[in-house]
Structures are given as C-alpha cells and as structure tokens.
Design a protein around this ligand. Structure first.
Ligand SMILES: Cc1ncc(C[n+]2csc(CCOP(=O)(O)OP(=O)(O)O)c2C)c(N)n1
Ligand SMILES: [Mg+2]
Length: 341
C-alpha cells in the first residue's frame, strides 16, 4: 500500500515518479493530451463562471486529471461510469464532446441534457455516462443496480463508480458496498481522495488512516493507487478490470489525489495552507509528472508538450464558442424530460 496516505500524514513524501511504462507510446501521448484538455477545459469553465455565463454550483476537477484519464483508458466504451458532481471532465473522458458539456453548463439546447442537467447532472445513456449526482453518495446504490443488471444479463461489462472521500461516511456507501459484495456485483468503486470534503480535512471525519480499509467490513477486494500519476493509475486499473470481468466481483480502490481549486467556485479555501497547495502543484502535478515520463522515455520533446497544451487551449476555446452560439431551449419544452406528473 502507498505510504503517502493523505489522511495519516499530509507531509509524507510523494511516491517515486513512474517514468517508464509498458503502455504503448500512442496511448501514453494520448493520456497527456487528454489531461491537458481536461485542465484547460476546466480553467475555461471557471472563467466562464466568473463572467456570469452560467450560475448555480460549479465544482472543478483541476489537479485530479490523472485519475479520470487513466481510468478511462483502462476500460471499454461499453462500461458504465457513475460520478458525483465533480464530473465535467469525466463526461468528456467518456466520449461526450467538450462543446456539449460546456453548452450543458450554460443551460443551452445543444447541451448533453438540453441544458436541463447543468454542472452537477450531466447524463448520457448513449455514452453510458450515468451522471452526475448532486447528492453525496447517491450514485453508489444506483451503480450497484446497473452492476446487478449486467450480472443478470450475463454481460461482460463493468461499472465504474467514482465518489469523493467524504462520501465514504454516508449510509448509502455502506449499504451499496455490502450489497455489491454479497451478490458479487461487478462495480469498481473509486474513492477520489482529495483529502477534503467541502472544507473539512478527512482526518477530522474518518477514524481510519486509509479509506480502502472500509472494504474489509464487506470482505471486498481493495487497493490504492497514486491518483496523481496517470501511468500508475492506468496500469493498476487495467489489472483490476481484467480480473473483474472474470470474477464479477466488486472492488474498492482508493486513489490519492488533490484538488487545486476550492470545493466549488465560491470557496475561499481557508481550511488549508497555501504552501500545501503549492507543494502539490510544484512536485506532484499530474501533467508535469507525465510530461517528464514522456520526455525521459524519448516519446516526446518539450516543444511537443507545449504544442499539445496549446491545442488543448484551442479546443477549450472552441467548446466555449459552441456553447455561446447555441440557443437556449424553447420555453415550450420546459416540462419535457422532467419527472413531472
Ligand atoms: C447527502 C448530502 N449531504 C451534504 C451535501 C453537501 N455537500 C456537497 S459536496 C460535500 C462534500 C463532499 O466531499 P467529497 O465527497 O470529499 O467530494 P469532493 O468535493 O472532495 O470531490 C457536501 C457535504 C450533499 N450534496 N449531499
Ligand atoms: Mg474530497
């Protein structure tokens, strides 16, 4: 298990960088480009929010890109993703176009839910992206339900269900994991442990030092991974899902990660020090780490890394333009697609 459990010692040393991987070169390059896109997209979203292009809640994923990119590369298109409310980039990773995600944020007709889901409730059955859930832990039992259907229909797919660290203290977490373990339901439950709930250090709300220990209560398989390292994540999750497709058993994976921005856009961040944030940005940043890995393997030059980042900025700009130009949905469809009697 990793020694840098964030909930036991925030000053613990970062794990050694993985600078070599058996993953093929084109995949490794793709992971870099994806993370650049996720970062630049979320920066654009943050700016659009401050320009009041949309309102309501908005939770950015900046700093946590490696997990999203690494997991997505390890699963198949037919697998399902469930997530919480910090899910813009997970929707893009699952194949939804950045413009459709941005238009959804802006409440526009070309949004993936025709502007009715917004930041916290992206959804696309076609992409098997099952939300976007605003209720902390609400997605966990739903993921068990889809996993049950997969098993019942004897399919080969698996379900990936992301949650934040604070969600592990919810009743729904325990009920869902107990059921998944009892019935052998193929759900990979992933804790995105970014060390804080809304503003509370996980050490103040959890009695254990490693959140994967929760799996012991259900005799469920468990592991942890350095969620700031995309190659480590990709390699680890690939092994997990290969096993899960065979044995159909659930797994609880704790990914150690960190968010750079506030909990939501309205968070002044007074519960942590500036130097803690800077330490992650300087020494653990997922894009920086992976860039180093690519250069050290001779897969890319510094100039190429810069060019890919530039393309990511352009893609984020295009997504915003698409959303700006999309019309608002007509008032006549205000009650369509809603659960109204
Ligand atoms: C059932 C429920 N309780 C409280 C909230 C308010 N709330 C929104 S986010 C949040 C903290 C969740 O933190 P975590 O699970 O660690 O996810 P992160 O924001 O760090 O990604 C809380 C308490 C909610 N949305 N749902
Ligand atoms: Mg958290």
């Amino acid at each position: 298990m990793l020694s840098n459990a964030p909930n036991s010692d925030p000053k613990a040393k970062a794990p050694t960088l993985i600078l070599k991987s058996d993953a093929d070169k084109s995949l490794q390059l793709d992971l870099y480009r994806k993370m650049c896109l996720f970062r630049r997209f979320e920066e654009k979203v943050g700016l659009a929010y401050t320009k009041r292009k949309f309102s309501g809640f908005c939770h950015l994923h900046i700093g946590q890109e490696a997990l999203c990119a690494g997991v997505q590369a390890a699963i198949k298109d037919t697998d399902y993703i469930f997530s919480g409310y910090r899910s813009h980039t997970q929707a893009i990773a699952k194949g939804i176009k950045p413009g459709q995600v941005m238009a959804e944020l802006f409440g526009k007709a070309d949004g993936i839910c025709r502007g009715k889901g917004g930041s916290m409730h992206m959804f696309s059955a076609e992409h098997r992206f099952m939300g976007g859930h605003g209720i902390v832990g609400g997605q966990l039992p739903l993921a068990a339900g889809v996993g049950f259907a997969i098993r019942y229909e004897e399919k080969d797919d698996i379900v990936v269900c992301y949650m934040g660290d604070a969600a592990t203290n919810q009743g729904a977490f325990h009920e869902a994991l107990n059921m998944a373990a009892t019935w052998d339901i193929p759900v990979l439950y992933i804790i995105e442990n970014n060390r804080y709930g809304m503003g509370t250090d996980i050490r103040r709300t959890s009695s254990i030092d490693h959140l994967w220990k929760r799996a012991l209560s259900y005799d469920m398989d468990y592991s942890d991974v350095d969620g700031m390292n995309v190659l480590a994540t990709y390699e680890h999750v690939t092994k997990l899902v290969n096993k899960m497709r065979d044995d159909k058993k659930p797994h609880l994976m704790e990914a150690l990660t960190y968010r750079y921005r506030g909990h939501s856009v309205s968070d002044p961040g007074t519960y942590r020090t500036k130097s803690e944030v800077e330490e992650y940005q300087k020494n653990r940043d997922p894009i920086m780490q992976h860039g180093k890995a690519l250069v050290s393997q001779g897969y890319a030059t510094e100039a190429e890394l810069k060019a890919w980042d530039k393309s990511a900025k352009e893609a984020a700009k295009e997504a915003e333009k698409f959303a700006d130009e999309s019309p608002f949905p007509p008032i006549s469809e205000a009650l369509d697609h809603n659960l109204v009697p």
